[in-house]
Design a protein around this ligand. Structure first.
Ligand code: ADP
Ligand code: MG
Length: 338
């Protein structure tokens, strides 16, 4: 069953001082026309360099921001205009985990309160049952009852992130939104926390909206990969299809940076040069063209449409010259219906 559905979601931020009639001088397009869906129990991973709009998209999915355009549908409920109790009821289905487990935890609160706070907010059960739920959540993340009366400073970065995950789990949400949850951790503990996510995914029928710039992490966890560039989806595919046959030059360049990941043939000479351009004044045509080795005049002038790739209706690429499908058969690229 579909748990999350985004349809043509856009986000824009005003930039600079307001001019005449209160209109902002400029607008920054952080997210443009994103459509995707996520089934119950599945993981979608959003990848792309810093500044590509991943966190903005995550905040809209987390109902922390409303989109400027388009719709976010969660568990069959359209979220536009929801307020008060209706919004609160829907938020209960979401658990949020952010990058920095240091700033996410109030240093003055013991773990029992940090993890139990959502239960208080939603007025769940009595004191004893709340405590039992907090302990369950702590055990689920590999901590124990001993943690209850301790404070955040007594824990390592990895343990703090486990506390944040326990807090996200305590209301038994359907969807966990995790924004770069491993990036602030020591490399040595990253794999432990990654394994915890994989374990939670296996043991509970949880869905994950997982934001990462790390292809190895995504390879390990995701059912579906979404590659964003300057606010737009450039490629979307089931994991195996993506790693066997990355179609977009940007996806290939991201993968070229991590040679140990992936199963398909790796294209040579596609390393990424330069930085992501400013979304205030994005390049014409295909936004990736100034950094693309394959770019032609057409890429400069014409924005590519989303195409179905390799005969697979779940594999979508927005590129005029996607890589050839690594298969004896050649497929036609048809316009995708997203
Ligand atoms: P990512 O998470 O992929 O690094 P973000 O979603 O954080 O990307 O940012 C996308 C773009 O939107 C960036 O250029 C960023 O500076 C801009 N941006 C994000 N949030 C805001 C905001 N609240 N106001 C103005 N610009 C923003
Ligand atoms: Mg971000």
């Amino acid at each position: 069953m579909t748990l999350l559905k985004l349809d043509n979601v856009c986000q824009r931020y005003p930039i600079g001082q307001k001019g005449w009639f209160g209109k902002p001088a400029q607008e920054l397009k952080a997210v443009t026309k994103i459509s995707l869906s996520l089934n119950e129990g599945e993981t979608i991973a959003i990848v792309g360099e810093s500044g590509c709009g991943k966190s903005t998209l995550g905040r809209m999915v987390a109902l922390l921001e409303a989109p400027a355009e388009g719709t976010v549908e969660l568990a069959g409920v359209k979220t536009a205009g929801l307020k008060g109790e209706a919004l609160k009821a829907l938020r209960r289905k979401l658990g949020l985990v952010f990058q920095d487990p240091y700033s996410a935890l109030n240093p003055r609160m013991p773990v029992s309160e940090l993890v139990g706070e959502p239960l208080d907010v939603y007025n769940v059960g009595d004191k004893a049952s709340r405590k039992a739920k907090v302990i369950d959540a702590l055990i689920a993340v590999g901590l124990s009852e001993d943690a209850l009366d301790r404070y955040p400073h007594e824990f390592s970065g990895g343990q703090r992130q486990r506390i944040c995950i326990a807090r996200a789990l305590v209301l038994e949400p359907s969807l966990i939104i995790a924004d770069e949850p491993l990036s602030a951790l020591d490399v040595s503990v990253q794999s432990q926390v990654l394994n915890l996510f994989a374990e939670l995914q296996r043991e509970r029928n949880l869905s994950f909206f997982f934001i990462s710039h790390d292809m190895a992490v995504v390879d390990y966890l995701a059912d579906t990969i979404v590659v964003m560039y300057l606010g737009q989806i450039v490629e979307q595919a089931p994991r195996d299809a993506f790693f066997a046959n990355p179609a977009h030059p940007y996806s290939q360049a991201l993968l070229a940076a991590v040679p140990e990941v992936g199963r398909g043939k790796r294209k040579r000479g596609l390393s990424l040069q330069g930085d992501v351009p400013s979304p205030i004044d994005p390049p014409s045509g295909c936004a990736f063209h100034p950094r693309c080795a394959k770019a032609t005049d057409r890429c400069q002038s014409e924005a590519p449409k989303a195409l179905m790739y390799g005969g697979d209706e779940k594999h979508i690429v927005a590129c005029h010259f996607p890589s050839e499908v690594i298969d004896a058969k050649k497929f036609d690229c048809k316009e995708a219906t997203v």
